[in-house]
Design a protein around this ligand. Structure first.
Ligand SMILES: Cc1ncc(COP(=O)(O)O)c(C=O)c1O
Length: 384
């Protein structure tokens, strides 16, 4: 195969592929959409998903270390779950988590991204329909793409728009929503959506990534809908402060995913230590009334003090303020960071152009003073 070489202005030799890569990066820089990694910065955390403070809890970390000391285990899992990587701990944990959320069964994946990819790529087939809220997480979109099913989007939280799409559905129909939306922080009208999907014999799938922990066992459980929902995705990397995810549903769905979900089958299983971290985090979640109450108080405190335009109505740990424009949003975030508060701008293409925002994540461990100071700063720096 022949290789093509080009000389760039500074005389580096670039292949055709490298020229393409360079042009895409340059395009991002020109549009202010270029992403780059930033190391930890020691600022006050208003951007992580560690809503209850579990990720930084010395108590949890000590309990995990203690558990690992008491149980003989390998460092790595040594293989995929279907080969050498399965353990009694993984199976027991799946049963315990399923029971905690009121589901019949659960299957652990290595991340929420993997869980959605595995579920949505294996379940719908060519000729089927997946209807997703327009703000659905990228992992669900990517999963559906791999399935070859048709995907329709409905207007955010809009039941009429959902019904329009349900009328057009062909084949088996799946509807996917988030109970708490990751970028807007608002909640889906789950009861109404479920009633509608039942009327059209569609299967409802709910991603609870940002609800579990913040709302105890999640909104599905809080609304007592767990028996009627086809599948629920719970991620362990947010309020649980660990890593990984589980798809909850029927025993039948569990067995189907073990056989067909490629992101489950073709990957090395989570290590014993990772699973132990999840197990201990769940045991702490059961006794986390105080953290949840503090988080709820902090959310209420923030909402009392914030009066900037563009705040999206939300009762969750995610409070977003629409600024609009990548440059303007990044600059507003920079002004707040200069004052010692770590908030991140969420820019397009992660969110739709025009809806670029400051996404503030509130935690149980944020102090009253931090929250009030941040709210005042946001009021000053984001209006006008
Ligand atoms: C709604 C939603 N689903 C799934 C994921 C993916 O989860 P994980 O970070 O465990 O891959 C995220 C995290 O960004 C999310 O916000």
């Amino acid at each position: 195969m022949s290789r093509f070489y080009y000389f760039s202005a500074n005389l580096f030799v670039l292949t055709r592929a490298e020229i393409y890569i360079r042009s895409k990066i340059d395009e991002r820089k020109t549009n202010d959409t270029y992403r780059s990694l930033k190391p930890e910065n020691g600022l006050v955390d208003f951007c992580s998903n560690d809503y209850l403070g579990f990720a930084r809890s010395a108590e949890i970390s000590n309990a995990v270390a203690q558990y690992l000391k008491q149980h003989t285990h390998f460092n790595g899992s040594t293989g995929s779950r279907l080969l050498s990587g399965n353990t009694a701990l993984a199976e027991k944990l799946e049963q315990q988590i399923a029971q905690f959320h009121g589901a019949q069964a659960g299957l652990i994946f290595n991340s929420g991204y993997d869980a959605n990819l595995g579920l949505f790529s294996s379940l719908p087939r060519r000729g089927d329909t997946v209807i997703t809220d327009e703000l659905i997480h990228a992992s669900i979109i990517d999963g559906v793409r791999l399935s070859y099913a048709n995907r329709y989007t409905f207007k955010h939280n809009d039941l009429d728009s959902l019904e329009d799409k349900l009328k057009q559905a062909r084949g088996n129909c799946y509807v996917a929503v988030e109970s708490i939306y990751s970028m807007d922080g608002d909640s889906a009208p789950l009861t109404e959506i479920l009633a509608l999907t039942e009327r059209y014999e569609a299967c409802l799938i709910v991603d609870e990534a940002h609800a579990v922990g913040v709302f105890n066992r999640g909104l599905v459980h809080q609304l007592n809908l767990q028996q009627r929902i086809f599948a629920t995705i719970v991620t362990f990397g947010k309020a649980l402060g660990a890593h990984g995810a589980i798809v909850l549903g029927s025993e039948l769905l569990h067995n189907y995913l073990v056989n067909f979900a490629r992101s489950f089958i073709y990957t090395t299983a989570a290590s014993f230590a990772q699973l132990a971290g999840v197990k201990i985090a769940y045991s702490f979640l059961e006794q986390s009334m105080a953290e949840r109450k503090k988080l709820a108080d902090n959310i209420a405190l923030f909402k009392t003090h914030i009066n900037t335009q563009g705040l999206i109505e939300s009762t969750s740990g995610i409070q977003s303020i629409i600024i609009g424009g990548n440059k303007q949003t990044a600059s507003a975030a920079g002004l707040i960071r200069d004052e010692g508060f770590d908030i991140r701008p969420i820019l397009s293409p992660t969110v739709a152009a025009g809806s670029e925002r400051l996404r503030i994540c509130l935690h149980a461990f944020n102090t009253d003073n931090e929250i009030i100071t941040l709210a005042n700063l946001l009021n000053q720096k984001t209006d006008g």
